[in-house]
Design a protein around this ligand. Sequence first.
Ligand code: OFO
Length: 168
Amino acid sequence: MINKKLEDILNAQINKEFYSAYLYLAMSAHFDEIGLKGFSHWTKIQAREEVDHGMILFDYIIERNGKVDLKQIEAPHYHFGEPLEIFEQIYEHELKVTQSIESVASMSESECDLATRHFINWYIQEQVEEEANVDEIIKKMKMFGQDKTILYHMDIELGKREYMPHKF
Ligand code: OFO
């Protein structure tokens, strides 16, 4: 059985993961509108992964005999701008998610819930990968500046991303 404090923080994390899915979907729609189909595809795949992140938490709360408490999902906030700016916003967003996951880890330690402490390691690792992937895209975009040919090639590259269902 999970205690109330951890149940609350895990429910809040579900909301953050679904918010992330909303955010990536909004970005995907924007990229599609401006004709960057590959960027649109990449962010849409990311949205699906965020739903997986939320669902893994959902299943975990139930498995620990806790109560799932779904709250309202906020409308996504981001500034429509150049692709580089949008990816910088993604990076900032993921840093916040990392902090939030770290709070779950510290609370599971202070509450001596070793099962949750172990469970959350998967998310810690996932955040390392997400930050690194986004950082790599940003660095490539910065390296080539405003060169539209590079943007075109990056659009093709990002369009190749494949969805891999996330399971725990
Ligand atoms: Fe769920 O990792 Fe991004 O937000």
